[in-house]
Write a protein that binds this ligand. Structure first.
Ligand code: PXL
Length: 278
């Protein structure tokens, strides 16, 4: 059985980061080891959340894993807490990277033109160093703009996205995929670049006009699970786009717009079936 490790926080309530990655990637038939970077009462969009930093545990945990000769078919990072954690995770990559495993970095730090409350621009720049060591990065447009220094735009053309992909490629990863790309009213999706072959790929679904927290984490978790199970890059992104869209649609239809995360628990069987189909 394939095994991945995901490094991100536990938001005890909030349906994001590890409470999403663990069930989603497990349901895809991949053992999901976790390395929690912090324990929060909720994600940071609630006011008054508590946070216990786990930085001092990361190195001892990694050292134990090394001693036990544990390895991972993929290393997937999401929300991290600090400069120091970026440095430690970067060393973790050096320790656990092999010729055949994949490093997937979702540089979670911002959305809709703004950084999340816990971060500043210096943190954003530091995140670029982690992206340099990744095989695949999956920023949204806001994160891409903080990583590259290119302006964030809500109205743009194809050239803007191509320029953004090129600027991301300069950071050093093998594959860059921009999420939340929309060239046409009512459609949204991804555009990616294989920096070695210089080939672009893209995929779009209908746009459900509502925004929920944690959907980026669901998306990246599905990409991680699908790639680890041997799907190609375009297949993995198609499965992730379709599943995320269906889950947002279901949540909007049944629960409505005012909820802190999407009801992915109900739609997981569809994801399992999609994995069997392709
Ligand atoms: O979904 C991204 C995320 C993960 N973890 C924490 C967050 C957020 C987004 O705000 O606050 C703690």
């Amino acid at each position: 059985m394939k095994r991945i490790v995901t490094i991100q926080d536990i938001s005890c309530v909030g349906k994001c980061s590890l409470t999403v990655a663990l069930p989603v990637i497990s349901a895809m038939g991949v053992e999901t080891a976790i390395l929690p970077t912090a324990v929060l009462s909720t994600h940071t969009m609630f006011s008054g959340f508590t946070c216990k930093d786990m930085t001092d545990q990361i190195v001892p945990i990694a050292e134990h894993w090394k001693k036990e000769k544990l390895g991972f078919d993929a290393i997937y990072t999401g929300y991290l807490g600090s400069f120091e954690q970026i440095e430690i995770v970067s060393k973790f990559f050096d320790e656990f990277k092999t010729d055949s495993n994949l490093i997937i970095v979702d540089p979670v730090m911002a959305d809709n033109g703004k950084l999340y409350p816990a971060f500043d621009e210096a943190y954003a720049k530091e995140n670029a160093k982690l992206c340099a060591k990744a095989d695949l990065i999956v920023p949204n447009l806001t994160e891409a703009s903080f990583l590259t220094g290119l302006p964030y735009r809500t109205q743009y053309d194809r050239q803007y996205i191509l320029d953004m992909l090129d600027a991301l490629a300069q950071l050093g990863p093998k594959y860059v995929v921009l999420t939340g790309v929309s060239f046409e009213e009512g459609k949204i999706g991804i555009m990616g670049l294989d920096t070695e072959t210089k080939e672009y790929f893209e995929y779009y679904t209908d746009h459900v006009p509502v925004s929920y927290h944690g959907t980026g984490d669901i998306f990246s978790s599905v990409v991680t699970g699908a790639l680890t199970r041997g799907k190609s890059l375009p297949e993995a992104f198609r499965i992730a786009c379709d599943y995320t869209k269906e889950t947002i649609e279901y949540t909007f239809r049944t629960t409505g717009p005012d909820t802190y995360g999407v009801d992915f628990e109900v739609t997981l069987p569809k994801l399992v079936r999609a994995m069997e189909e392709i």
